[in-house]
Design a protein around this ligand. Structure first.
Ligand SMILES: [Fe+2]
Ligand SMILES: [Fe+2]
Length: 322
């Protein structure tokens, strides 16, 4: 029996995330026409076979949806499904990392594109933990990570990329495990304040004028405020959001801090933030390759970064990247 429901309040999902999870049950729909959604299955074990069969058939062209109120359950389910993949020793680590990347992207896209509640960000902590597992079990350096990251710039992919780069850097320089996780999480959440900035400004094609730039600058203190208000994030994460646009020699924003006044984690975030922004495509600029990026960062932007960290970054990127 099919049930026709009002189209409002539905969200597209990636049905592949629902392959093996367990958790509270919710319904999955497809769109029968522009107006109507039809129930396809549910994540209840009785119906889940339908999802598994569909996934086994291969290429899925159909788009699937869930009800907006089930989003939190969906991401819980997806992270549990991911956990099953992580625990399987037969799955190659690059495949695992790719899957973690997909789920992380989903979480951040939901947050930025649909103004989802910040509760959705709770899933980011769990996915970052899984990514830390991937990075510490394999010698996945920047080259490996760079193969899975999106090269098209969107706020949500940029957020996940910066999180991964921060985490890779932390692993490579031998930071303690929990610091690596916090650094990854801080990277992923560094731009959360952009969710409070006018979408037209965020999606503007081309450079921002002075007035627009002033408005955009608010994303950093706003991010700090949001994360502090959520009461579950450590200072490492909060400082990365609040200080990633400060410059090592001063002159950055919002406070114009310099040197050690900027937290080490925010100084790392600054490097990864700029690295990802330069190596991804936007409608008005092409992506630079690693060599061009590092040249620009060391020659023309050297005042912006902590020179010791930048040197370390270049060193740990490995010969395959430079
Ligand atoms: Fe930013
Ligand atoms: Fe950023």
């Amino acid at each position: 029996m099919t049930t026709e429901i009002d189209p409002k309040g539905f969200r597209p999902i990636n049905i592949e995330f629902l392959a093996k999870g367990t958790g509270e049950s919710f319904d999955i729909f497809f769109r029968s026409d522009s107006e109507n959604f039809v129930k396809f299955a549910s994540t209840d074990p009785k119906h889940q076979d339908k999802v598994v069969r569909l996934l086994e058939e291969g290429e899925i062209e159909q788009e699937f949806f869930i009800k907006e109120e089930d989003l939190f359950k969906y991401y819980k389910f997806a992270t549990q499904s991911l956990r099953t993949v992580m625990d399987n020793p037969n799955v190659p680590v690059e495949t695992k990392a790719k899957k973690v990347y997909e789920v992380s992207k989903g979480v951040m896209k939901e947050f930025f594109n649909y103004n989802a509640s910040s509760k959705i960000l709770e899933s980011s902590e769990e996915v970052m933990e899984m990514m830390e597992d991937c990075l510490s079990t394999a010698d996945a350096g920047f080259a490996g990570i760079s193969r899975i990251t999106s090269k098209d710039y969107y706020t949500h992919t940029h957020s996940v990329n910066v999180g991964l780069y921060c985490m890779t850097f932390g692993t490579k320089v031998g930071l303690p495990k929990d610091d690596v996780k916090q650094l990854g999480l801080g990277g992923m959440l560094h731009d959360v304040g952009k969710s409070k900035i006018d979408t037209a400004l965020i999606n503007k094609n081309g450079k921002l004028n002075d007035e627009e730039f002033e408005q955009m600058k608010a994303h950093s203190p706003l991010g700090r405020e949001m994360l502090t208000g959520m009461c579950c994030y450590k200072d490492i994460v909060i400082n990365m959001a609040g200080q990633h646009h400060e410059k090592f020699k001063g002159g950055g924003y919002p406070l114009g801090l310099s040197g050690d006044e900027i937290s080490m984690h925010a100084r790392i975030c600054k490097i990864m933030d700029v690295y990802d922004a330069l190596t991804t495509r936007r409608s008005y600029k092409k992506a630079l390759n690693t060599m061009e990026t590092l040249t620009l960062m060391t020659k023309q932007m050297s005042n912006d970064f902590d020179p010791k960290l930048l040197e370390l970054f270049i060193k740990v990127m490995g010969p395959s990247m430079v």
